[in-house]
Design a protein around this ligand. Structure first.
Ligand SMILES: Cc1ncc(COP(=O)(O)O)c(C=O)c1O
Length: 513
């Protein structure tokens, strides 16, 4: 077998320092247990490669590197809040349902600056939340009915941890995937599927909500659509303007609410250092909620109910730190108010009241904007480019491909790779972990749970450049290249491979192909 022995370490992992946190959730993925097997604590885990100690490289974990947490700024913001009675008193008491008013105003101004909509965003469109994940649950509690609401349409591949939130709200078995292409969500696929779903509901007599009482602050939507339109997790794809507009029109036609997790929008930078430098201080595209606000008469057009058909789900997790558990939603005034009237908020006021006062100070002082523009964007840009250079060197020659290669602006936390045929992402991920001390996310974990045969995800992998130390990102990609090339090299040598002793990579090749 023409495999370089120097490149084929017999690896046995010797110690796992601790288990992975929130991202390790095999319960809902289509490969039960696989994710659990793959996840480790990045940076802390020690493995062995050919007898030498070799750190595990974790390119699965979607967390910010601890060096990027704005600790000093939060210390200042919290100290100001807690030493100023006019702030500390409301901060430590129950707050208003819609959230801490100064933060709503700061967010409205900051979003106006960043997205530059035709008219300023008023604070009444903003509802303070406990972060993007928590708020999906709140939206569903107010605006969905487990029977009348027919389906949740998830752009696939999807942010896998969102699936349990929908299932917890009664949508088990009714999550449906909608494929995306180079422009984003496949509108024609969704249109046909929505029509079919409607026909079925009508045939079953499912014509009005039964489980939720009529409430003046809410409405029940017939469908939900879940998307990460910009720098998507996991596919990194940014949905085009045209698709965003088409999606809004379709949502209006079918009484659907689009939940757009706009959580990576600010983390953007030019794809290459040589391309024309456009400003990273403004969004490249309007959000879906911005389009809904203005398109064809907007949310106040004749005959519309004023709730709108889109909500932007924002969070400070990616730009401050996930431990803040603070975010915001933006929708129409009616939607934002309805969002705030969820039972768990009515009892006690908006979540994250104390942290809201810190976030408000960060925005008011400009510390957060400076942190994004002067630290996060350049650091993530550097990390991204290091990884892309390594992908060019080690993976592209092996036949690996990437989506949306002609984009000027890129961003987020992730790069999405398609492996050459006939490799299996699951197999490559297992082998990378076992013999390469490398953790990556195979595409199948991002498949929508009710999809029997997840389309197009068996050869995809997601790699993350936000978590690991910058210095080892390229080494992680080099190891991935080694695993891929080892499998490719051994193809056609099945008999010989099978006779190799356990622990040698050759014995694993067939199993993981
Ligand atoms: C698309 C998407 N939505 C939501 C979240 C989680 O946001 P939060 O920490 O505000 O719950 C993540 C985190 O990885 C994400 O990628």
């Amino acid at each position: 077998m023409a495999v370089n022995k120097m490149l084929l370490p017999d690896v046995s992992l010797v110690r796992f320092a601790s288990s992975e946190g929130a991202i390790s959730d095999p319960g809902l993925c289509n490969a039960p247990g696989l994710l659990e097997k793959l996840t480790t604590c990045g940076g802390l885990t020690v493995g062995k490669m050919n007898g030498t100690s070799e750190a595990i490289i974790d390119l699965l974990k979607g967390w910010p590197n601890p060096a990027l947490l704005p600790v000093a700024q939060i210390k200042t913001a919290s100290s100001i809040a807690l030493s100023t009675p006019e702030i500390s008193t409301p901060a430590l008491l129950y707050g208003p349902d819609v959230g801490y008013e100064p933060l709503r105003e700061c967010i409205a101004n900051w979003l106006t600056q960043f997205y530059q909509p035709p008219t300023p965003i008023p604070a009444e469109r903003i509802c303070i939340t406990g972060g993007a994940s928590q708020n999906v649950a709140c939206i569903l509690q107010v605006f969905s009915d487990p029977i009348y609401t027919r389906n949740v349409w998830m752009v696939s591949p999807t942010y896998f941890l969102a699936m349990r939130i929908f299932e917890d709200s009664g949508f088990h078995g009714r999550l449906r995937s909608v494929p995306e292409d180079e422009q984003g969500v496949d509108i024609e696929y969704l249109r046909k599927a929505l029509r079919k779903s409607e026909e079925k509901a009508i045939a079953e007599g499912n014509t009005k909500p039964t489980l939720k009482p009529v409430r003046p602050w809410s409405k029940i939507y017939r469908h939900f659509i879940y998307a990460v339109p910009t720098f998507s997790n996991p596919s990194s794809i940014t949905m085009s303007l045209e698709r965003r507009q088409q999606l809004v029109r379709l949502a209006r036609e079918y009484d659907a609410c689009i939940i757009a997790d706009d959580v990576y929008d600010q983390l953007q930078w030019p794809a290459s250092t040589t391309a024309a430098q456009s400003s990273t201080e403004h969004a490249i595209l309007p959000r879906i909620v911005d389009i809904d606000r203005t398109l064809d008469g907007g949310t106040d057009r004749k005959g519309a109910d004023g709730f709108g058909n889109a909500v932007s789900n924002g969070t400070f997790s990616k730009i401050v730190g996930p431990g803040c558990r603070t975010g915001w939603s933006e929708g129409t005034k009616k939607f934002a108010w309805g969002n705030s009237q969820v039972g768990s908020t009515r009892s006690g006021g908006a979540p994250s009241q104390l942290t809201s006062t810190f976030m408000s100070n960060l925005l008011e002082s400009g510390d957060l904007q400076r942190h994004i523009f002067q630290t996060l964007q350049p650091t993530y840009a550097r990390r991204y480019r290091i990884m892309m250079a390594a992908i060019e060197e080690y993976l592209i020659p092996l036949g690996v491909t990437l989506p949306q290669t002609s984009r000027d602006m890129v961003g987020g936390y992730f790069i999405w790779l398609t492996l050459p045929k006939p490799l299996s992402a699951k197999g490559v991920a297992m082998l990378a972990k076992k013999d390469g001390n490398l953790v990556i996310a195979p595409g199948n974990i991002f498949a929508v749970t009710s999809d029997k045969k997840p389309a197009g995800l068996s050869r995809q992998v997601r790699v993350c450049f936000s978590w690991e130390q910058e210095e080892i990102l390229a080494e992680g990609i080099r190891r991935l290249g080694w695993v891929i090339s080892s499998i490719q090299t051994s193809r056609g040598h099945h008999k010989k491979v099978k006779t190799r002793p356990p622990g040698d990579i050759g014995s694993l090749v067939d199993q993981y192909r």
